[in-house]
Design a protein around this ligand. Structure first.
Ligand SMILES: Cc1cc2nc3c(=O)[nH]c(=O)nc-3n(C[C@H](O)[C@H](O)[C@H](O)COP(=O)(O)O)c2cc1C
Length: 442
């Protein structure tokens, strides 16, 4: 592996030089979603994390898509305090990428898709970046020069061609980006060229391409997985055994947004025709949680003691949504939704002001740290994970476990009693939800 340059972590008054992370020198201990520490000297929560040796001020990451299109939007994300930014996917030859208009369609909650209903689903047939690679590389370099302490991740994709992958990796690494996310998951357009989901859905192909990538890359590599497959843990396993340091999931779900009942044509309609696209936003959140849960279970059971990372993506619209991914075992959470919602919603839950509010909240509540053992509180990922079982187990294992709480059950004459009893037990088990709500205010 080639040796790497240096990356800096700067505070207001000081700048500390850190060696840039070599793939072989990851910090083993930190597969932690995020940590909240408060000592007597330092009463403020520290949301910073280190994953695969990448230090981030918080685990909230701009996912690949429109908010990573160019220098201006990525710079804004850094200025707003996002933990890391993943740029829009690039490939060697942008001239092959032809983006059409319209390329988005929305699903609204409300009667007959009423124009007034809340947008809950979003379909896009947008391809990867159509900007010249040279332009994107120049902007990556500029961002790294201006924000040396912030994590910039390049999302890349290429055709089934070893030399092309190697060239792309080399040219992108030269800009100083901190890691790669490999787009094995775009469901539209690119699979026709044996790219994106075409690779992520074929474990044999995936293993070979991951082998090329990991032999060449000298910075951490995350594999971004497609949900458009029966068992997402299978390609995730292949990516990890083939040398990737992390998994990101999910990309969009193959969808047809609808048929226009006036024109009888499918939407979004480009000169009378459409093509299935990728579904995202709020409506996919439960599906994304399900996929991430499967990957997290597999990672825990098969790669448990190693420093692999997991990035949760899909329908994150609040801190609570993000916390759910972390509770399932994700270390970071991605949210391209910010582009869709913009500043209007005030959902900038990780900008300085928001973090400031969090810190104030914690400071104001004098008993809070003690009550929640904040003096050395470490909220680790995956705390909800052990609470998944099989349906069959509800009647056996789970029932046996529950029988130890027989006293609780007495008096449970209805579903309502049972729910209340479970809620009570949840409260006894921990204050986790409360902590998350306090931190994220959601
Ligand atoms: C308009 C649009 C463009 C996207 N472009 C990319 C892309 O270039 N590369 C990529 O890996 N994912 C891309 N995605 C997928 C997102 O990064 C994300 O995986 C997906 O939208 C699910 O997350 P969400 O529900 O929070 O939007 C795109 C999503 C949208 C909506």
């Amino acid at each position: 592996m080639a040796s790497l340059g240096s990356s800096r972590i700067s505070g207001r008054s000081s700048v500390v030089e850190f060696p840039r992370i070599r793939r072989s020198s990851f910090i083993k201990s930190s597969r932690i979603g995020f940590r909240v520490f408060a000592s007597e000297a330092q009463q403020e929560p520290d949301l910073s994390i280190t994953v695969n040796g990448l230090h981030m001020p918080n685990p909230f990451v701009i996912g690949s898509g429109p908010p990573g299109t160019n220098y201006t939007v990525m710079k804004r994300a850094f200025d707003e305090g996002w933990g890391a930014v993943i740029a829009k996917t690039v490939s060697l030859d942008a001239a092959k990428v032809v983006n059409v208009t319209p390329r988005y369609a929305r699903l609204r909650a409300g009667a007959n898709g009423s124009a007034k209903g809340q947008i809950i689903g979003w379909e896009n047939i947008e391809l990867i970046s159509d900007r010249p690679l040279e332009t994107m590389l120049k902007e990556f370099k500029q961002l790294k020069e201006e924000y040396p302490d912030r994590i910039l991740i390049a999302s890349i994709m290429e055709e089934y061609d070893k030399a092309a992958w190697e060239e792309l990796i080399e040219r992108v690494e030269e800009t100083g980006v901190d890691a790669f996310e490999i787009n094995f998951s775009c469901p539209h357009g690119m699979p026709e060229r044996k790219m994106g989901a075409a690779v992520g859905q074929d474990c044999v192909l995936l293993e070979e391409v991951c082998g090329w990538i990991n032999a060449k890359a000298t910075i951490p590599v995350w594999a971004k997985m497609t949900p458009n497959i029966t068992d997402i843990s299978e390609p995730a396993r292949v990516a990890l055994t083939s040398g990737c340091e992390g998994i990101a999931a999910i990309n969009t779900i193959m969808s047809v947004m609808g048929i226009n009942l006036e024109t009888l044509r499918p939407e979004p309609c480009v000169e009378g025709y459409s093509t299935p696209g990728g579904y995202s936003s709020k409506a996919v959140h439960p599906i994304a949680l399900g996929k991430v849960m499967r990957i997290a279970q597999m990672m825990k059971s098969e790669f448990g003691d190693k420093d692999y990372s997991l990035s949760g993506i899909g329908g994150v619209e609040s801190g609570g949504d993000a916390a759910e991914f972390i509770l399932l075992g994700a270390n970071t959470v991605q949210g391209p939704w910010v582009w869709l919602k913009g500043r209007r919603t005030g959902l900038h839950w990780c900008d300085d002001a928001r973090v400031g509010v969090v810190k104030k909240t914690l400071r104001r509540d004098e008993g809070f740290h003690e009550k929640h053992n904040f003096s050395s509180l470490k909220i680790s990922e995956g705390l909800a994970l052990p609470y998944f079982t099989t349906h069959t187990d509800f009647g056996t294992e789970a029932a046996r476990r529950d029988s130890t709480k027989k006293s609780d059950k007495q008096g449970c004459k209805s579903d309502k009693d049972w729910t209340e009893m479970l809620c009570k037990r949840d409260r006894e088990h921990g204050v986790l939800t409360e902590i998350f709500h306090c931190i994220f205010g959601s």
